[in-house]
Design a protein around this ligand. Structure first.
Ligand SMILES: [Zn+2]
Length: 297
């Protein structure tokens, strides 16, 4: 999963010239970084400098002007600033410098170099194999990926963001909607997933992460076709459950679990149909799927 380092400020540094553009509190123009972070919200009151002040406003007649230090941090700042020459018009305008790949600060901004430094390179997550594979359907993979990393806008998340939305699950009305509930603690979800999974696995995994782990664990050469079908099945189920949830929420149209199973079955067949077996002697994915599934749904 992609993570970002907490602040962009460390990638942008300001070299003070006339001090008329650089923000005293929010630009990184001393070795202390952003002074509002260093001194905290009390900083503007301690130094008698407004929050929106430019660096030049901390000077008078070419000298720094501060009240007596009232904390260790503000004292350390004043000692450090004694080595900074105050802003002057003759120094030209304030310059903003970006850190490049080698760690030097330069005037030109490169989105690529900055992005490469901002992102933390994480090892490839093991379940990537469960999500992206030859037979995958891009929109199914995308929703399944978000479901696996718990990033779908489920009601528990919306409520945490302060939105005034009910907590209940629209699929079963019998639980609170969150990722674990939707995939597949919910009675509606588990009746869809469990139905298909039981055709392929003796003791079907009951959660999305357990299903992913099961697939990874059994991803062996002798199981290639079965695993391809299960990967497709998992993302088809996840996608259609999420779609059904959205349909109920936004259009008021609800399908029964039996109707959803039919849709999923048709989707599976039409997708598998586009992958014929490599030879007449080798069964196709669709044939393997048929051999496992019995009717009626
Ligand atoms: Zn539910």
């Amino acid at each position: 999963m992609l993570q970002l380092k907490p602040t962009i400020v460390e990638f942008l540094r300001c070299e003070v010239g006339d001090g008329r553009s650089a923000s005293f509190w929010y630009d990184s123009w001393t070795e202390f970084g952003q002074l509002i972070s260093y001194l905290g919200e009390a900083g503007p009151r301690l130094l008698c400098i407004r929050k929106d002040a430019k660096v030049v406003e901390a000077t008078r007649s070419g000298n720094w002007v501060f009240p007596a230090a009232r904390s260790d941090n503000s004292q350390a700042l004043m000692v450090a600033l004694a080595d900074h020459s105050p802003p002057e018009s003759s120094k030209g305008r304030d310059a903003f410098l970006w850190r490049n790949a080698s760690g030097n600060f330069i005037p030109s901004f490169s989105s690529k170099e900055t992005w490469e430094q901002l992102r933390i390179h994480s090892p490839l997550v093991p379940w990537a194999d469960v999500i992206w594979f030859k037979e995958h359907v891009p929109r199914f993979s995308f929703v399944s990926w978000l479901a696996l990393i718990a990033r779908l806008p489920t009601r528990d998340r919306l409520r945490r963001w302060g939105m005034n939305t009910p907590a209940s699950c629209v699929l079963c009305s019998n639980g609170e909607e969150n990722h674990n509930h939707l995939f597949f603690e919910c009675t509606f979800s588990s009746s869809v997933w469990g139905f298909f999974a039981a055709k392929f696995i003796s003791f079907p995994p009951a959660t999305l992460s357990a299903a992913s782990s099961w697939i990874l664990l059994h991803n062996l050469p002798q199981n290639t076709k079965l695993i391809s079908i299960l990967k497709l099945l998992l993302q088809t189920v996840v996608y259609h459950l999420w779609k059904e949830r959205n349909s109920r929420l936004f259009t008021g149209v609800a399908s029964t679990a039996a109707a959803l199973r039919l849709i999923i079955d048709r989707t599976m067949r039409s997708r598998l149909l586009s992958f014929p077996g490599p030879s007449l002697l080798s069964s196709s994915l669709l044939a393997v799927y048929f051999s496992r599934l019995s009717y009626p749904l």
